[in-house]
Ligand binder design. Structure first.
Ligand code: NAD
Ligand code: UDP
Length: 349
């Protein structure tokens, strides 16, 4: 099997490269290194079944030979990344997705689209089922990402209907783990890096908004199951274990043993108030469900950042102090989280 992975040098893409290589596939990793890093795949560079091609897939996909699966993951994913690269985000969701679909059509390949829970926007239905059409502000700052992904889903569905491409759409919910950049501005990385550096944890809003966090190994297993199937989706992939950002801060403080305080900063515009996947469809069609609990996943992630990425965590300090990586002014209200016992799992601030 020969697999083309766009965005293969990113966080999720690099783990997907590993997963396919481990089961004997040949992997072509195409990435422009805009938010990804060669170090994510450098341990594979000497593997004859692995090739890295540096290219912007919104322009073209310079790959020859047969391909059985196209996994299209190229796109900024962290809010600070897509705020910094709004036009590139729209381009890769539209032109990049069309190039990848045309490539799959020309090669008779299965096409896997990495869509997102952001297509549900700030959801009025909870938990989110695939049948829900979402609540997205089409002109707000998040729209460059949300609407690009919604367009990518529309394009993928049209190629399936009109060109007969074997497509599968997955809607990925917040996923975390090793190889994330500690300064990428996402909440898990920010809290862990801040806790390890002894800096205040930056909570946006009142911290009552929720997310449901999936460990990368579980997510990648779901991506492979989707690639192996002929399911068109859309299929949610995520861990339904839902937590407030205050609870997440408490988890991180306890797992790191940090005595950092927490600070409250303004909530970014259109920040979804709650998010939890219904994964009944994934259970039924793919036999998939996450196996790694939030606490265990966070423990593994903390261990990674504490040991293998310690230099990066220290270097991320300047970028993370004060929160809101776009440099917007913030009001700070220092609050100290009370010391927690090892047995506490969901104490409140
Ligand atoms: P990431 O930023 O680590 O990876 C994205 C990769 O795409 C990077 O390596 C980047 O360099 C590459 N890329 C971006 N634009 C490109 C272009 N025009 N041409 C070639 N390469 C390009 O992010 P991630 O978390 O690994 O996300 C991967 C995919 O999964 C994205 O499509 C994202 O929307 C989706 N997703 C991720 C999450 C999550 O929680 N991690 C949640 C929902 C959806
Ligand atoms: N968030 C936070 N502090 C941070 C970064 C993010 O409180 O330093 C919040 C953010 O406002 C959102 C949640 O954490 O409510 C998840 O943010 P993230 O950027 O990780 O993912 P997304 O918003 O895309 O789900």
């Amino acid at each position: 099997m020969r697999v083309l992975i766009t965005g293969g040098a990113g966080f999720l893409g690099s783990h997907l490269c590993d997963r396919f290589l481990d089961r004997g596939a040949e992997v072509l990793c195409v990435d422009d290194l805009s938010t990804g890093r060669l170090r994510n795949v450098e341990h594979r560079i000497t593997d004859p079944r692995f090739s890295f091609v540096e290219a912007d897939v919104s322009v073209r996909i310079p790959v020859d030979g047969p391909v059985d699966v196209v996994a299209h993951l190229a796109s900024p994913a962290s809010p600070p990344d897509y705020h910094r690269r709004p036009l590139e985000t729209l381009a890769v969701g539209s032109r990049g997705t069309e190039n990848a679909l045309q490539f799959a059509a020309a090669h008779g390949a299965r096409f896997l689209l990495a869509s997102t829970s952001e297509v549900y926007g700030d959801p009025q239905v909870h938990p989110q089922e695939e049948s829900y059409w979402g609540n997205v502000n089409p002109i707000g700052p998040r729209s460059v990402y949300d609407e690009a992904k919604r367009y990518a889903e529309a394009l993928t569905s049209a190629y399936r209907r009109t060109e007969g491409v074997d497509t599968g759409i997955v809607r990925i919910f917040n996923t975390y783990g090793p190889r994330m950049r500690p300064h990428d501005g996402r909440v898990v990385t920010s809290f862990i890096a801040q806790a390890l550096n002894g800096d205040p944890l930056t909570i946006y809003g009142d911290g009552a908004q929720t997310r449901s966090f999936c460990y990368v190994d579980d997510l990648v297993r779901g991506l492979v199951a989707m690639a192996d199937s002929d399911d068109p989706g859309p299929t949610n992939l995520g861990n339904p274990d839902e937590h407030t950002m205050i609870e997440l801060a408490e988890f991180v403080l306890r797992l790191t043993g940090s005595s950092s305080s927490v600070e409250f900063h303004p909530l970014p515009q259109d920040d979804p108030t709650r998010r939890r996947p219904s994964i009944e469809r994934a259970r039924r069609t793919l036999g998939w469900a996450p196996e790694i609990g939030t606490e265990e996943g966070l423990r593994r992630c903390v261990e990674y950042f504490r040991t293998r990425a310690a230099d990066e965590v220290a270097a991320a300090r300047a970028a993370l102090i004060g929160g809101q990586m776009d440099g917007a002014p913030v009001a700070r209200v220092p609050v100290t989280v009370p010391a927690m016992r090892a047995s506490d799992t969901a104490a409140t601030v």
